[in-house]
Ligand binder design. Structure first.
Ligand code: UGA
Length: 450
């Protein structure tokens, strides 16, 4: 079993640490944030990821946490770098944490001569970063050369929030971008040992290719969502056409596939929007003007305006109206509101003069930090609906499935429902004013949606 260190206690770092420790590796997790490390030492997970607390508890004897990166490196032979790479307004990612980590690793390697250390970049970094930013930083701080004194690889992560442990334990593939052959060989042996008979396909390539794989993957997923949302907008302008049926039929073509064809208010989260902007910015730096990447983002922005437009048509005017907004997190199963569609939708609603009351089963504390008093928060879906003129469903939480036309009629001032996530069977809501993304009904046409 290896002595592993992980720099960066974000959700990729902590999930990886827990899974590696559970399978017998000794893991040291380093992070600059004292607050985060103290919480982890107390056994508390600083974010919502289902199943993570249990697995951390089970493997606690093999995991330690520290704010000292140098010590973590010295104790280990293999270091995974999973520090944040936040996006700037212009899309370019901020590499300061990556740079300082590379420097610290280099300094620690200067004094550690035991065994050739393997450094693996897991942070999402634009093509060229591992070779042109990390490699020289580690080399100059350590006085060692890649492929001689230390090994370096880039391995993109494909973990989904809310499903990260399962994704780590059952990946579709492992992509190894190697700066030196030994890095690739060692990492391959490491994962073959970890997954045994269930080792997924391992693809080896250059570090720059591996970096691009990550962006190409997220950009494609984002584009697929924007594609179906664009089809949804066409559906809305046609009589009796429903995007759900259209998506089901096109998804059965194996060349297309059924996943990521759920039309709705658009994609959010800490990855898809940021990564599309970052690869667009990187392409620009390389002298290439992408057409699909900015279009993917434009469609996504338009989708959030669209749902408000639908609400406006159904209620004639939103000024002074009370809007019940169900769902704040960027998807169900998480308390994460980073780039959540709800935030922009709330902005549009406020600009239209509406009073917003919002409810979410998990994300209210995080949303409150960003929204403050601009929104009133309810403590249940029913309370949120009470006295509202219109309800917009923004996140498809399981508990919202329990909404019935009777509940809308008894709680709301007027039973008006805008289904932003296609959660409901339109026929079930025949008795109330119901409109949805991608649904071109007669009801919609009578409200001027065509
Ligand atoms: C995404 C990728 O799916 C992961 O593979 C990747 O590892 C991760 O980013 C990352 O780069 O770290 P995540 O951000 O957790 O994972 O969220 P997704 O499940 O991909 O959903 C993204 C957004 O797309 C959500 O707002 C979701 O509601 C929306 N979406 C997804 C749709 O609107 N329609 C769909 O059909 C699918």
């Amino acid at each position: 079993m290896s002595e592993v260190s992980i720099v960066g206690a974000g959700y990729v770092g902590v999930v990886s640490a827990a899974c590696l420790a559970e399978r017998g590796h000794n893991v040291t997790v380093a992070d600059k944030s004292r607050e985060r490390i103290s919480l982890l030492i107390e056994g508390k997970v600083p974010f919502h990821e289902s199943g993570l607390d249990d697995i951390l508890k089970r493997s606690s004897s093999r995991i330690s946490f520290t704010t000292n990166t140098g010590t973590a490196i010295e104790k280990s032979d293999l270091t995974f770098v999973s520090v944040g790479t936040p996006g700037r307004k212009d899309g370019v990612i901020d590499l300061s944490q990556v740079r300082s980590t590379a420097h610290e690793i280099g300094r620690a390697l200067r004094s550690k001569r035991k065994m050739r250390h393997l450094v693996v970049v897991r942070s999402t970094v634009v093509p060229g970063t591992t070779w042109y930013v990390l490699r020289p930083a580690i080399e100059s701080a350590s006085g060692l050369k890649v492929g001689e004194g230390f090994s370096l690889a880039m391995q993109p992560e494909f973990l989904r929030e809310g499903n990260a442990i399962n994704d780590m334990l059952h990946p579709d593939r492992i992509v190894i971008g190697e700066c030196d052959k030994q890095a690739g060989d060692r990492l391959q042996v490491f994962y073959e040992g970890f997954y045994g008979d269930h080792t997924p396909p391992i693809l080896r390539m250059s570090s720059t290719s591996a970096e691009l794989v990550k962006y190409a993957c997220n950009a494609f997923l984002a584009m697929k969502v924007s594609f179906i949302n664009e089809i949804a907008s066409i559906c809305e302008r046609l009589e009796g056409v429903d995007v759900v049926r259209v998506a089901e039929a096109i998804g059965l073509d194996p060349r297309i596939g059924a996943k990521f064809l759920d039309a709705g208010v658009g994609f959010g989260g800490s990855c898809l929007p940021k990564d599309v902007r970052a690869i667009h910015a990187r392409a620009k730096e390389l002298g290439f003007k992408s057409l699909l990447l900015p279009a993917t983002l434009h469609v996504n922005d338009r989708q959030k305006r669209r749902v408000v437009e639908i609400a406006r048509h159904l209620s004639r005017n939103l000024r002074g109206k009370r809007v019940a907004l169900l769902g704040l997190s960027f998807k169900p199963g998480t308390d994460d509101v980073r780039e959540a569609p709800s935030l922009e939708i709330i902005d549009h609603l406020k600009r239209a003069g509406a009073n917003v009351v919002a409810y979410d089963p998990a994300a209210i504390p995080n949303a409150r930090k960003l929204l403050g008093r601009r929104v009133r928060f309810a403590s249940s879906a029913r309370e949120c609906l009470h006295g509202a003129d219109v309800c917009i469903v923004v996140t498809e939480w399981e508990e919202f499935k329990a909404l019935t036309p009777e509940m809308l009629k008894s709680e709301m001032k007027r039973p008006v429902l805008v289904d932003g996530r296609r959660m409901y069977d339109p026929e079930r809501f025949a008795g109330v004013a119901y409109a949805a993304i991608g649904l071109g009904t007669e009801q919609a046409s009578s409200h001027g949606l065509h």
